[in-house]
Ligand binder design. Structure first.
Ligand code: RB5
Length: 149
């Protein structure tokens, strides 16, 4: 599958610099980065960028996605509105690992006004290096998609 190590990145204006640092870091780890911007720091609307990145993941074009805004919260909420997306906002490495292992998160959200660059890159590493454990967690993840079942 061609999208195995392809990851989409996007942010709003509050996280342009951290997004670039994340892009450089992920590229150095051997991932193909699809950075969909924005390229310039003018004030913009995080829901546009969260949804755009989420669609790249939901379509299968990219295996994972990372979205960033001031807190990570708004862009995470926008991403999670796209069917099939499980995006968690993380400010610690334990949560970043667990959202992959237990929740099969396919997107990570970061807050550029919350975490510094060093911690953010450690969080990215924890997210990318973890794998979904399946088993009982697969049952629960399926229930997220279809809570009535
Ligand atoms: C922009 O000022 C800010 O509201 C946005 O980056 C984000 O924190 C929203 O959740």
């Amino acid at each position: 599958m061609t999208q195995t190590r392809r990851i989409v990145l996007s942010s709003d204006h509050a996280a342009i610099a951290l997004r670039q640092a994340v892009a450089d870091h992920i590229s150095a780890k051997g991932w193909e980065v699809v950075d969909i911007g924005p390229a310039t720091p003018e004030s913009t609307h995080y829901p546009i960028h969260g949804a755009a990145a989420a669609r790249r993941v939901a379509s299968g074009e990219c295996r994972l996605g990372i979205v960033l805004c001031g807190t990570g919260q708004g862009i995470m909420m926008a991403a999670n509105k796209v069917e099939g997306i499980r995006c968690g906002v993380c400010s610690d490495t334990f949560s970043a690992r667990m959202i992959r292992q237990h929740n099969d998160a396919n997107m990570l959200a970061l807050g550029a006004r919350v975490v510094g660059e060093g911690l953010a890159l450690d969080i990215v590493d924890a997210f990318l290096d973890a794998e979904f454990e399946g088993g009982r967690h697969a049952t629960r993840v399926a229930m997220i998609e279809n809570p009535e079942a």
